[in-house]
Design a protein around this ligand. Structure first.
Ligand SMILES: Cc1cc2nc3c(=O)[nH]c(=O)nc-3n(C[C@H](O)[C@H](O)[C@H](O)COP(=O)(O)OP(=O)(O)OC[C@H]3O[C@@H](n4cnc5c(N)ncnc54)[C@H](O)[C@@H]3O)c2cc1C
Length: 327
């Protein structure tokens, strides 16, 4: 393993929250290295092409850098440009495609292991403090059914255009599934929404809910509620409802059943998780975990309840973490 110099702070995750943490550290005179397993703001890069945020621009801003956008709310593309600009202006050191895979303590420093996408073994980075801002978008909640790994199945909604004139099955009943079903329908796909419960989730946005419900009522989007997916085949999704079995035609399948933080990584680092909620042992004021020197930021601080923290309210977590370091 190649050894690198000791960093004041190592931040895992170059999402909006990880970048905000790096800015908070920098403004208190602490140097930081941000390592991301994917691209810069990888989760936003994986949003559907052309997506518009539900949040107004000022609530997505970090480090008080203004986010300019053409409409009332920014698009995915405007946000990508914005966060690239913040990294450039703040001169943040970011290493993309470099994943934190483990860490242990050696005397007064933390030794973090980083793996690059190119392979070739892990690198060790020594740091005084480690901040985890790894989000949840890398880990979809799998259905656990045969065929889920077929090439026409995706856990990320991308671009509805490619499904025009095709049969598409969308699995899920919350925002992502409802919005994907609507976009696919509007792009000319024949859509069937499959949900295990009797109705759509209560958290579906108030402006999306009547839209999807009316499309279902009008028969423009087919829906199967209280349905269990049994298996996915190259051209069908097999479901059961009670004793009834059905094969739904599917050229493309979007399994949009949510995501979860990398709980295995947290356990490997020695972070205690609540048995029921998987909420990490994390001081609410400083966000330091039970492992000295290791802090958490963003949605991962809430265990399974990932939607309690998003960009709007997670972007100040760096201030909590570095508050005690005088500017
Ligand atoms: C379609 C969609 C629309 C959304 N719209 C909004 C909105 O309008 N407003 C809003 O506030 N929120 C919105 N959200 C939620 C928002 O994207 C998240 O709350 C936000 O991205 C969380 O920021 P974060 O920095 O904590 O995590 P992320 O943005 O997920 O960043 C985590 C980063 O960590 C990296 N990473 C993961 N594991 C490792 C590792 N082991 N080592 C190194 N790097 C790692 C990932 O590659 C990623 O870049 C939306 C989410 C989705 C999916």
């Amino acid at each position: 393993m190649r050894e690198l110099p000791t960093e004041d702070v190592l931040i895992a995750g170059a999402g909006p929250i990880g970048l905000a943490c790096a800015i908070s550290a920098r403004r208190r005179g602490l140097g930081s290295l941000v390592a991301d397993g994917g691209a810069l703001v990888n989760s936003i890069a994986r949003y559907p092409i052309g997506m518009t945020f539900f949040t107004t621009p000022e609530r997505l801003e970090i480090g008080s850098h203004p986010l300019a956008c053409a409409g009332q709310k920014p698009t995915r593309e405007e946000a990508l440009k914005y966060y690239r600009g913040v990294v450039r202006t703040e001169e943040l050191r970011v290493r993309t495609y470099t994943r934190l895979v483990g860490a242990h303590r050696e005397d007064s420093v933390i030794v973090a292991e980083l793996a690059t996408a190119r392979g070739g073994g892990a690198e060790q980075v020594r740091c005084r403090r480690l901040v985890l801002a790894t989000g949840y978008f890398d880990h979809p909640n799998l259905l656990g059914v045969p065929g889920e790994d077929l090439p026409h199945v995706s856990h990320y909604f991308d671009d509805p255009h490619f499904s025009s004139g095709r049969d598409v099955v969308v699995i899920g009943g919350k925002n992502s599934a409802a919005e994907a079903a609507l976009e696919l329908f509007r792009a000319g796909a024949r859509v069937t929404l499959v949900h295990r419960r009797a109705q759509l989730g209560e958290t579906v946005k108030y402006w999306v809910k009547p839209d999807i419900e009316n499309r279902i009522k009008a028969g423009e989007i087919a829906a199967r509620f209280e349905a269990q997916v049994g298996r996915i085949e190259p051209d069908h999704v097999r479901i059961t409802r009670g004793r009834k079995e059905e094969a739904l035609p599917a050229d493309r399948v979007y399994a949009l059943t949510g995501y979860h933080p990398d709980f295995d990584l947290f356990r490997r680092l020695g972070i205690r998780l609540d048995a029921k909620t998987l909420r990490p042992a994390c001081d609410p004021d400083t966000l330091e975990t039970n492992v000295p020197g290791v802090s958490m930021a963003g949605s991962i601080t809430r265990g399974r309840a990932i939607s309690e923290v998003f960009i709007e309210n997670g972007r100040f977590d760096g201030e909590k973490i570095f508050r005690q370091n005088r500017a």
